[in-house]
Design a protein. Structure first.
Length: 309
């Protein structure tokens, strides 16, 4: 393939565009990506799905993440505009980190990785907000096939990988300037290896009071009050750069309330008929509170490693 052809392919194929940041999950060697597979020099090959994502896995996943129904509900809520204040806050905080690296587009440009990326909407917002002059590249990783199918088409500069955030990530050392965890698992030891010097972690997690009206009215799971404490422990070795709590009021329709329930962990615990009955009993025009912390941490130099949460 000529250089011009290769350049065109990188533009058209986000996964080929991030291959330099990836590593073979079997031998750790550098990889190349074409439309059909990702391959290392030692001959290990990993098929790509028709939808564009790759499964860079040394062994099959034992855990399959959110099912298609949950991912669909999450996509519907994010597209509805109900979570826009949070999407904006995440995009701003992430773009600040990427722009702050001072790098421009190209192979040395900034890189953001989203672990448990879901539909990829938050990472796409960060890449878009950082803008063309920065030309940041993104990699979304999720254990759910339905999620990575969506993430693979979320942004032209974003690749999607099926993977486990708790396992060894198929990424080169120091490859990322920003690692995101948005309502998703955290893995502090992976952060230390994969983050570039001066890199940052963004953790987005619900605060007490998030969706409070639905906790009371429908029986959604309550936010664990000790989560913030545990988070601080899990991220020892990082300094907090900023912490913003985004609070907003939503006015969801009954269908949107149903989608909010269906996208979260409560979907697995609640009986669908009972949820419908409780939604029908909510006051007309019920406002629902959003309360979510967006926190950015930078690695403390020479910090000791800590175990994943
Ligand atoms: C609550 S959803 C959040 C998705 C997305 N960050 C968002 O906020 O829209 C949690 C996501 O993490 C994924 N997930 C859960 N455990 C995981 C793991 N061990 N490795 C990778 N993804 C995981 C799920 O499949 C799901 O997409
Ligand atoms: Zn290999």
């Amino acid at each position: 393939m000529s250089d011009a052809d290769a350049a065109r392919d990188v533009v058209a194929d986000p996964l080929a565009g991030v291959a330099d940041l990836l590593r073979c999950p079997v031998c750790g060697g550098a990889v190349e990506a074409d439309r059909r597979a990702v391959r290392c020099g030692a001959g290990h090959a990993f098929d790509r799905a028709r939808q564009g994502y790759a499964s860079l896995l040394a062994r099959p996943l034992r855990f399959h993440g959110d099912d298609a129904k949950m991912v669909g509900a999450r996509g519907a809520v994010l597209e509805s505009g109900l979570y826009d204040p949070l999407l904006r806050a995440v995009a701003d905080a992430g773009a600040d980190v990427l722009s702050g690296t001072g790098a421009g587009p190209g192979p040395d440009g900034p890189v953001a990785v989203d672990l448990g990326c879901g539909t990829g909407t938050y990472l796409a917002g960060v890449l878009e907000q950082a803008g063309e002059p920065v030309g940041a590249r993104g990699i979304g990783i999720d254990a759910s096939k339905a999620a990575v199918r969506a993430a693979a088409r979320a942004h032209p500069r974003m690749a999607a990988l099926l993977g486990d955030a708790w396992a060894e990530l198929p990424m080169a050392d120091a490859a990322a300037d920003l690692i995101m965890s948005v309502f998703a698992p955290r893995n502090a030891s992976a952060y230390h290896r994969v983050l570039a010097p001066g890199g940052a972690v963004m953790v987005v997690a619900p605060e007490p009071g998030h969706l409070a009206e639905l906790v009371d009215g429908i029986g959604l799971l309550r936010v664990d009050e000790r989560k913030v404490e545990r988070l601080a422990g899990a991220l020892s070795g990082f300094d907090e750069l900023r912490a913003d709590t985004v609070r907003w009021a939503m006015r969801p329709t009954p269908d949107q309330v149903a989608a909010i329930v269906a996208m979260g962990p409560s979907a697995r615990h609640l009986d669908a008929a009972r949820v419908r009955a409780r939604i029908a009993r909510l006051p007309v025009g019920q406002t629902v509170t959003g309360a979510v912390a967006v926190r950015v941490f930078r690695r403390t130099p020479a910090a000791p490693l800590t175990a994943p949460e």
